[in-house]
Design a binder for this molecule. Structure first.
Ligand code: THU
Length: 133
């Protein structure tokens, strides 16, 4: 099976596990690491709303815990038919473990609808080279 189909099916499946009683908006994310491994995550909300975590965050945590450190591609799918893009904070999280060429796939239940590089979603990103002392 192609990696893109595996990413889609993985994200679609994990979206079912989302814990989203407050927003009622489930999100799934699946990462293809540069080593060829797949990791996934879903959003996990909290009654103290700011404590909730995004699907991308969960997938990145799983990747790091699994011993990988570079995102080659990431797919995001939301519950509705609208395509969703990663929130601003998650773009920065993806940048931490990706490159400007990291591919972000946006999907709905029918499959991947759009794919674009991180540099288009997060131009002028804050980077380690900006941390001059
Ligand atoms: N959400 C994500 O999981 N990822 C995003 O990129 C956008 C938003 C979640 C957070 C919250 O649980 C729900 O979607 C509604 O904002």
């Amino acid at each position: 099976m192609s990696k893109k189909i595996t990413l889609f099916e993985t994200a679609l499946k994990i979206m079912e596990n989302a814990y989203a009683p407050y927003s009622k908006f489930s999100v799934g994310a699946a990462i293809l690491s540069s080593n060829g491994n797949i990791y996934s995550g879903c959003n996990v909300e909290n009654i103290s709303y700011p404590c909730g975590t995004c699907a991308e965050q969960g997938a990145i945590s799983a990747m790091v815990a699994g011993g990988d450190a570079e995102i080659s591609e990431i797919l995001i799918i939301g519950k509705g038919s609208n395509l969703i893009t990663p929130c601003g904070a998650c773009r920065q999280r993806i940048a931490e473990f990706g490159t400007p060429e990291t591919i972000i796939h946006l999907a709905n239940k029918n499959g991947i609808q759009k794919s674009l590089p991180l540099k288009e979603l997060l131009p002028l990103a804050f980077q380690d080279k900006d941390l001059t002392k």
